[in-house]
Design a protein around this ligand. Sequence first.
Ligand SMILES: [Zn+2]
Length: 208
Amino acid sequence: MTLSEDQVVRYSRHILLSALGGKGQERLLATGVTLTGQGAAQAVAAAYLAASGLKVSAKGRPVAPEETGFLLAADDVGRPLEAMMRAALLDANPDALGQPSEVGALGELPAGFSGTGPWVALGWSGNRGGLVYRGRDGCAACFERTAGALSNGPAGASAVLLGALGALAFERLALGLSQPLGGLWLSETGEVEPMDLDRCASHGQTGR
Ligand SMILES: [Zn+2]
């Protein structure tokens, strides 16, 4: 796949980052993300991923009120998410539509994760935002256990920040720039710190 002139212009900031470059942008354009949960942070992540050229798709359910503001409008609430998302992406970045060669999942909890990855779970524990990520080499059981401590949260400034971080974590996994498994906490004041992983039985406290 080769970038068109339009794409070079649209993604110039990406391409200029040495870790990404033209090859990296091509990789993002070939990567898909299925939205598997529901929430404000997930909606923000979807907008960032679409802006980066990833193919964003959603499962059939109505648009929720907390999902409006970025890609979706107040008028879209209650309408089919899949159709509203397609219309929004056609406007925002048509590159975010289409058939990807690899598909991962991103979801604000509760959400289901399947396939090889990347997987990114977003959620909350009290007032803290949490993010758990897993690439194809990360342990699914460790991911599920760690993400299982998080729950759905409210819209607000923290949701915007958590969503942006979630998109970045997904892109890093897609580009092979990330550790295979990890998590981050986001405090109310916007500080980010590593999350201790809840390891599965076969990984104890030391495996990956
Ligand atoms: Zn494990």
